[in-house]
Design a protein around this ligand. Structure first.
Ligand SMILES: Nc1ncnc2c1ncn2[C@@H]1O[C@H](COP(=O)(O)OP(=O)(O)OP(=O)(O)O)[C@@H](O)[C@H]1O
Ligand SMILES: [Mg+2]
Length: 597
C-alpha cells in the first residue's frame, strides 16, 4: 500500500466512526464539558486560596452560605461530582464507539472471508487471518478510543490550558513554555523508538499464532515423525524474539518515565521561584500561582500524549492497511449481474473446451486442457485417472469452487456463470475426498445443509450410508459430540457421515469423489447398494478406483495429465485402450492386496 492509501486508512476508520453520529457527537459534547470541568477546578482553588489570604475580609470557617470559604468549598465539591459524571460519560461513550466499530469490522471481515473464492482461501494463512481479526482490529479499536476520542479531549485540554496560563501570568507562561518543547521532543523520540519495536511485536505476534496454529493442526504429523523438538525450537525462537522485543519496549518506557517527571519537576520549581518573586513584587497573588501550577500540571498530560497519539496513528495505519487489504480483496467468484435461479433441472451437463489452472506463479501449462464432454440427464458417469491427473479439480469446477480459465460449463444448456451461486450449489451434492466435520453433534453434522430435518429423515440417511449401527452404539447416539473435543471418528466413519449429509440434502446431481476409499469391502459393497437405489433417475459423477464399480457405470471418462484420453463404457475401453487396461489392472492389484491384508 502506498502513502496515499495509508492516509486513506485513517479516513476509512473515521468514516466507520461517523456512521454512529449520535455516540460520536455525544462523546464530543461530554469531552468538551469534561475539559471545562477539569480546567474550572484550578480557577476555583485559586479563588479559594486568595480568599483565605485576603487580609481585608474577616475570614472564618463558620457554616453559613454567605461565607465565601464555605461557598467555594461547596462549589469545588459540586464541580468534582459533576466532573466525575461527565468524565464517566466521556469514557463510556468513547469506549462504546470503539467497541461498536470493532464489532462491525469483525463481522465484516468474517462475512467477507466467507464469501471469498476458494483460490483466495488456498493462499491465506489461517494464523495470519486470526491475528488480523484479533490484534489488528484491537489496534483500530484502541485508536478510536485513545487517539480519536481521548486525543481530541487532550488537545482541547492543552489549548485551553495554554490560553488560561497566558491570561493568568504571561511572564510565567513564557518560562513554562521553554520546558514544553523539551518534554515534547523527549516524548516524541521515545515514541519513535517504541513505534519500531511495536511494529516488530505485532509481526511477531502474528508469527507466533501461525506457528501455534500449524503445530496444533499438524499434531499427528508432528508426533508421528517425532518432530516435537524441532517444533519446540521453532516456537521457542519466535517466542524468544517476542519476549526480547517486549522487554526492550518495557525498558524504554521505564527509562523514559523518570526523565519526563524530572523535567516536569524542574519546570515546577522554576515557576515556583519566579512566581514567588512576582508575589513579592505584588504582581501576582498566591492563589494565582497555585492556579498556574495546576494548569501546568494539567498541560503535562497533552504534551506527553502527543508522541503517544502520533505513534498510535502510525500503528493503526499498519493495522488498518493489513485489515483493509483483506476487506478490499476482490471476490472473483460472485453472482454475475442478471444471474438467474435455476429449478427443476433435468441434470444435463456439458463441458465445452474447458481449460483450467490454479493460477500459481510457477505453472506454465494449464492443469486441465480442452475438456469437452456431455453428460446426459440421469447418466451415471465415472471419472478414472491416476493420482494427480486432475479428477477432483474437474469436479470442483461444477459448483464453481473455482472458475474455468477458458471454455464454459453448461447445466441444462445454461452457462453456470449465469446461474446464481446458491442456486447452482443447491443442484450438486458433493461428497469431497477430504471430509470435514464441524465441532458439534453427529445430528448437527448430518443435517448441516437441511437444519430442520426430522430425526426420522436423519436416521433414514444414516442407514443408507451404513453408519446408523455405529451411531446407535454410542451412548448419546445422534447427540454425540464430534470434531474438536468430541469423539474421534475414523476416516471411514467420517466419510459415511458426509455421505449421509449429502443424501439428506437430496440434490438432483451427485458428485462422489472417491467416497469409499476408507471403508472395508463389506461396508463398501453395502454403501454401493444403497447409493445405487438412491441414484436412480439422478445424474451422478463418481471418481472411483474400483473396476467393479466402473463396470456398473453408464459412461467412463479416462483422464490423464488433465486431458480426456478416452471415454465410453468400461468394457469397450478395457478392450481398446491399453493404458486404461493397465490402470484398471493396477487398481485391481492394489485392491486385492489391501483385501488380503
Ligand atoms: N487448491 C489447489 N491449488 C493448487 N494446486 C492444486 C490444488 N488442488 C490440486 N492442485 C494440483 O492439481 C493437480 C491435480 O490435483 P487433483 O486433486 O485434481 O488430482 P486428482 O486426480 O483428484 O488426484 P487424486 O486421485 O490423488 O485425488 C495436482 O498436481 C495438485 O497438486
Ligand atoms: Mg482427487
Amino acid at each position: 500500500m502506498n502513502t496515499d492509501n495509508k492516509t486513506k486508512v485513517i479516513y476509512r476508520i473515521i468514516k466507520h466512526v461517523s456512521s454512529y453520529p449520535k455516540i460520536f457527537f455525544g462523546g464530543f459534547l461530554s469531552l468538551t464539558l469534561a475539559s471545562i470541568a477539569v480546567l474550572l477546578a484550578p480557577k476555583l482553588i485559586g479563588i479559594a486560596i486568595d480568599l483565605i489570604f485576603n487580609e481585608e475580609k474577616n475570614i472564618s470557617l463558620e457554616w453559613s452560605f454567605s461565607n465565601p470559604i464555605i461557598l467555594a468549598s461547596i462549589a469545588l465539591i459540586s464541580l468534582a461530582i459533576g466532573r466525575g459524571a461527565i468524565i464517566f460519560a466521556q469514557s463510556y461513550l468513547s469506549e462504546k464507539l470503539s467497541q461498536i466499530v470493532a464489532y462491525d469490522l469483525r463481522n465484516q471481515l468474517f462475512n467477507h472471508l466467507q464469501h471469498m473464492h476458494f483460490g483466495y482461501h488456498d493462499q491465506i494463512k489461517i494464523g495470519d487471518i486470526m491475528s488480523r481479526a484479533t490484534q489488528d482490529i484491537e489496534s483500530i479499536r484502541f485508536f478510536i478510543s485513545m487517539a480519536i476520542m481521548r486525543g481530541s479531549y487532550i488537545i482541547l485540554l492543552g489549548i485551553t490550558a495554554v490560553v488560561l496560563m497566558l491570561t493568568t501570568s504571561t511572564k510565567l507562561a513564557i518560562i513554562a513554555f521553554i520546558f514544553m518543547p523539551i518534554v515534547a521532543t523527549q516524548a516524541a523520540i521515545v515514541q519513535k523508538f517504541l513505534r519500531k519495536i511495536w511494529i516488530k511485536i505485532q509481526l511477531l505476534q502474528g508469527k507466533t499464532s501461525i506457528v501455534l496454529q500449524e503445530n496444533f493442526a499438524g499434531q499427528q504429523l508432528v508426533k508421528g515423525y517425532n518432530q516435537q523438538e524441532a517444533q519446540q525450537s521453532k516456537f521457542h525462537a519466535v517466542a524468544k524474539e517476542l519476549y526480547d522485543s517486549s522487554l526492550q519496549s518495557s525498558k524504554i518506557i521505564a527509562f523514559n518515565e523518570p526523565i519526563l517527571s524530572g523535567i516536569w519537576l524542574i519546570s515546577l520549581t522554576c515557576i515556583f521561584y519566579f512566581g514567588a518573586q512576582l508575589i513579592i513584587e505584588g504582581q501576582m497573588t498566591v492563589g494565582q500561582l497555585v492556579e498556574f501550577q495546576l494548569y501546568l500540571t494539567l498541560l503535562q498530560v497533552p504534551i506527553r500524549a502527543i508522541g503517544f497519539i502520533i505513534n498510535h496513528i502510525a500503528r493503526v495505519r499498519s493495522a488498518g492497511t493489513r485489515l483493509f487489504e483483506i476487506l478490499d480483496a476482490e471476490n472473483f467468484i460472485a453472482n454475475k449481474k442478471g444471474a438467474k435461479t435455476i429449478n427443476d433441472i433435468s441434470g444435463k451437463i456439458v463441458f465445452e473446451n474447458v481449460f483450467f489452472d490454479y493460477q500459481l506463479e510457477n505453472t506454465q501449462e494449464k492443469l486441465l486442457q480442452n475438456i469437452s464432454l456431455t453428460i446426459k440427464p440421469g447418466q451415471k458417469v465415472g471419472i478414472i485417472g491416476r493420482t494427480g491427473s486432475g479428477k477432483s479439480t474437474l469436479l470442483h469446477l461444477l459448483p464453481r469452487f473455482y472458475d474455468v480459465s477458458d471454455g464454459a460449463i453448461y447445466i441444462d444448456n445454461q452457462n453456470i456463470d449465469d446461474i446464481k451461486l446458491d442456486s447452482l450449489r443447491n443442484i450438486f451434492g458433493v461428497v469431497l475426498q477430504d471430509v470435514f466435520l464441524f465441532p458439534g453433534t453427529i445430528q448437527d453434522n448430518i443435517c448441516y445443509g437441511v437444519p430442520h430435518a426430522t430425526l426420522d429423515q436423519i436416521e433414514k440417511v444414516a442407514r443408507l450410508a451404513h453408519i446408523s449401527d455405529f451411531i446407535n452404539s454410542l451412548p448419546e447416539k445422534y447427540n454425540t459430540w464430534v470434531g474438536e473435543n468430541g469423539v474421534s471418528l475414523s476416516g471411514g466413519q467420517r466419510q459415511r457421515i458426509a455421505i449421509a449429509r449429502t443424501l439428506l440434502a437430496d440434490p438432483p446431481i451427485l458428485i462422489l469423489d472417491d467416497v469409499t476409499s476408507s471403508v472395508d469391502l463389506k461396508t463398501e459393497l453395502a454403501i454401493e447398494q444403497s447409493l445405487e437405489k438412491f441414484l436412480i433417475n439422478k445424474t451422478s459423477i463418481t471418481v472411483t478406483h474400483r473396476t467393479r464399480v466402473m463396470k456398473k457405470l453408464d459412461h467412463i471418462i479416462y483422464i490423464e495429465d488433465g486431458q480426456i484420453r478416452d471415454q465410453g463404457q468400461h468394457d469397450a475401453l478395457y478392450e481398446r485402450n491399453k493404458q486404461y487396461r493397465d490402470l484398471c489392472q493396477s487398481f485391481d492389484q492394489k485392491t486385492q492386496k489391501n483385501e488380503v491384508q
